[in-house]
Ligand binder design. Sequence first.
Ligand code: NAD
Length: 487
Amino acid sequence: MALAELGLGPLGDSLEELRWTFESGKTRSISWRKAQLQALLNFLRDNEEQILEAIHEDVGKHRVEAFRDEVGVLIKSLTHNLDCLEKWVAPKKTKLPLAFFPATAELLPEPLGLVIIFSSWNFPMSLALEPLIGAISAGNTAVIKPSEISPTCSSFLATVIPRYLDNKAIKVIEGGAAIAAQLLEEKWDKIFFTGSPRVGRIVMSAAAKHLTPVTLELGGKCPVVLDTRFSSSEMEVVVKRIAWGKWGLCNGQSCIGVDYVLVEEKSAFTLIGLLKKAINKFYGKNTKECNDYVRIINEHHFERLHKLIRDPEVANSIVHGGSVDKEKLFIEPTILLNPPLESEIMTEEIFGPFLPIITLKNIQQSAGFIKSRPKPLALYVFTKDETLKKLMISQTSSGSITFNDVAFQFLSDSLPFGGVGQSGMGRYHGKFSFDEFTHEKAVLRRTLLLDLEPRYPPWNDFKLKFIRLLYKYDYFGLLLLLLGLKR
Ligand code: NAD
């Protein structure tokens, strides 16, 4: 049922306005796109303090973490897109086979139309605005539906974005699952969704009704493979990076954060010792009192996480941490050694501050371990061994694979960000965002010169030979053939 029919008149009218704006052709102009990107840049610069506060209010991130993962990343993307836009929108000439002579062809990037962006709460600004940068760059009109779980950021976007961006082309619609479900009834030209695989399935089946293309930026378990053949000073850096990839990225509540670590049995206790040292260095002895340590987003997620470690067999595997405080939505950094592989903590995405360590006889077995599970969004491998690197690249599949660091793949405009298999479909960032919201139209220009008979019936052997020849040779090949230099 459409929004207007559901009694959501103003919302329905808003979408009509956006469709009308797209049809008017306004958003196709490069100057409009650039003006919107510049306005978004102004929005971030003018409101930096309020944005960092809103993120702190909703998610509890320290302003340094919020700037690093949200405002800073967005400013970087906007600057990059403003620099590259003219190059991206230019039609690209493409070569044609001999059979097309005389003709020219090009690929013409065209916007998709009206798109919707559903975002998640853990990066409440960047997951809403980073796809929007792609949508605007590609010349679309757009709706953003921020997560209701980060209400301060959602309301900030809904209130302040209209003061900066063209309100006839870009709108923020707030609401929870009910509004999201109603929005999904509408016909969109693209749905860009960031969230859980559970809701991803709902989105994809709603999209099927209108054959709408979808981008699904989902989650899952991102493993670390740790080959400990490092010097002791290198190991300290390695483990600091792993600890940061767990607790330093929204306290585990991040799609690309470390979910669990695979390591050889003999190195497990060294790893645990170094992890404890890193936690202590980051947050001091009393994490509960530390302002840099992010809390669990809400009671629902606190209960979900607490249940994971209340399973007696899982509880038995805790080697560090495990204390909780519901009132403060606090869960201590918690390390587990070999929790049962069939327990929920090892079958579901953790999305919280628990770090299971799974031991293997030898590190090469990690490829088989990862392969036997859903394809991760990100795979992290710490090693200096080139053979192990090759093995992991060739034997496993994941949205990305990063050697000797965590999450850095996310920060580069030249690397696509997205999942594979259950971790999602489609990709974005930099030019990939532009492409994700663009249809590359094939434009072929022929003339009426040279109308060769072999294309038309009635058929005969000569026509077949002629067609074979056209398919076999390009211009250069034909020239060589005519010169007798090729058979
Ligand atoms: P979620 O799936 O609960 O919510 C995401 C969005 O979907 C929100 O805007 C929400 O309002 C909307 N929504 C909720 N119920 C809906 C319904 N029934 N129909 C339509 N829309 C609905 O996810 P979340 O809790 O916000 O985020 C956590 C999940 O997102 C984790 O799995 C995490 O790994 C994943 N995630 C992925 C990325 C990525 O870039 N790949 C980034 C952040 C989070």
